[in-house]
Write a protein that binds this ligand. Structure first.
Ligand SMILES: [Zn+2]
Length: 475
């Protein structure tokens, strides 16, 4: 058996184990940086297969790396396993029904993500063992993608140093290589402190922290017009200062994200936003404490790695759906609004091309491979895979794990992350990642080309957007 067929056979042989494992992580539904049992289960599975484990990377208890093999090249597979709060949902049920009211749920399918990468790592281990090839496969257990910037803290701690290639994937509603840039993001808290007073009898003695939060928001609204159009500034009021209108609020806080195509641009906008906050404090006679809590770099697509993944996607990356999956997908699709479906189709025309998008109007599941993006398109979201991509040539694929049109971070996504649709998508991703690792192990020239391409963009420098001294997991 050639090595490619051997890797696919290894994934097929572990099919039921991987599915049960994914469903177990789905049931645990632990949120960012709290994924204790999920991380422990993944480490135990890797250790049982002969991987060497190093845990607690970057001071995060649920971050780890598991290595198998010796020497270079070193190829990394990234796994995630964090859930989202408030998205508890019955498995495979095409109607909103929380398993635990108000509980957590895998609304982004990271149970599939973590276990899909695990399936690939085990298949690559089989290959290294049977072929006697030189090289190391590493599985990175990356916590806190949704909240916590896990990989950014890991990157700052040097966890990805010495890696020649990093590969990962994400559950989606289509099948393609994710060859697009994402936005850098800085996340900061603005805490205003004033002086409490009776709002009717002695308002002149009060200094309102809530006024400062509101004036900062007004200033941020004016700032939005004078930043580059790709930038995004958004906020939540994390402490309005209480609920009593008759008390001048002496403490209030807001939480802002500043996103832009490059870290340097996000930093520049962030500094201007800090001036807005200081201005609001000056206007209201309050004090402002600014705390940068997290940050993410923009994702750098790598053409060499993208082409490698595209070669491996067909046909390994197309999930092997059955009629029962298509029927289930139809029920989920009927729960989507016309606007949701229309938006998905508009995006598919852009990312998959008009022909595939037209077929997706009729078919409930994506069963074709989309084209390789040109590489300079921009997705208006952010991911901490961006920080890995600044250090190591990185590639990502997406596979259909849901009915076409399903939006991440919804009950529909959470339900399908533990359905036969999600399972097939996950196994397809395992196959693609394993095949890509095999090709990379056998082609040192490919790795050199990918690294040269990255050096051309970064000059070999990485500056972490999270300053030293900022600790993981401090909200
Ligand atoms: Zn996600």
């Amino acid at each position: 058996m050639d090595s490619r067929r051997g890797a696919i056979a290894g994934i097929d042989a572990r099919r039921e184990i991987l599915i049960a494992f994914s469903d177990r992580v789905w049931s645990l539904a632990e949120t960012g940086l709290e994924e204790k049992e999920s991380a422990a289960a993944l480490q135990a599975a890797l250790e049982a297969e002969g991987f060497r484990i190093r845990s607690g990377l970057a001071g995060i208890p649920t971050a780890f790396v598991a290595s198998y093999g010796e020497g270079s090249p070193v190829i990394a597979l990234l796994g995630e396993y964090d859930a989202l709060s408030g998205l508890s949902q019955a498995a495979a049920r095409p109607a909103k029904e929380a398993l635990v009211p108000g509980g957590n749920g895998h609304g982004c399918g990271h149970n599939l993500l973590g276990v899909g990468s695990l399936g690939a790592a085990l298949a690559v281990k089989d290959y290294l063992l049977s072929s006697g090839a030189k090289g190391t496969i590493r599985y990175y257990g990356c916590p806190g993608e949704e909240r916590g910037s896990g990989k950014t803290f890991m990157a700052r701690a040097g966890a990805f140093d010495g890696v020649d290639l990093a590969l990962t994937w994400h559950p989606s509603d289509v099948n393609c290589v994710l060859q697009a840039r994402t936005l850098a993001n800085l996340s900061a808290y603005f805490r205003f402190t004033g002086r409490a007073a009776h709002a009717a009898s002695s308002p002149h003695l009060g200094r309102s922290a809530l006024d400062a939060v509101e004036l900062m928001n007004v200033g941020a609204n004016y700032l939005r017009e004078h930043v580059i159009p790709e930038a995004r500034i958004h906020y939540a009021i994390t402490n309005p200062g209480g609920s009593a209108p008759n008390v001048v609020q002496d403490l209030a806080e807001s939480h802002y994200f500043c996103r832009a195509p490059r870290v340097s641009q996000a930093k520049e906008i962030y500094e201007r936003l800090c001036d807005v906050a200081r201005g609001a404090a000056l206007m209201t006679g309050t004090a402002c404490e600014i705390r940068l809590a997290e940050g993410l770099s923009d994702y750098i697509p790598n053409r060499t790695v993208g082409e490698l993944l595209q070669r491996c996607m067909a046909p390994a990356g197309i999930p092997a759906f059955k009629d029962a999956d298509r029927d289930l997908a139809r029920s989920f699709r009927s729960s989507l609004s016309a606007a949701e479906l229309g938006s998905a189709l508009a995006q598919a025309r852009y990312t998959q091309g008009r022909e595939i998008a037209r077929r997706l109007e009729e078919s409930p599941l994506a069963e074709e491979l989309g084209p390789l993006f040109p590489g300079d398109s921009l997705l208006p979201g952010s991911t901490d895979v961006g920080d890995v991509s600044q250090i190591v040539p990185t590639g990502q694929v997406v596979t259909a794990c849901t009915a076409f049109g399903t939006v991440p971070h919804t009950w529909q996504f959470a339900a399908q992350a533990a359905s036969s649709i999600g399972h097939e998508g996950m196994l397809a991703a395992s196959r693609v990642l394993a095949l890509a690792c095999l090709e990379a192990f056998g082609d040192p020239g490919l790795l050199e080309r990918a690294k040269a391409e990255l050096r051309e963009v970064t000059g070999g420098r990485y500056e972490c957007p999270i300053p030293e001294g900022v600790l993981p997991g401090v909200p």
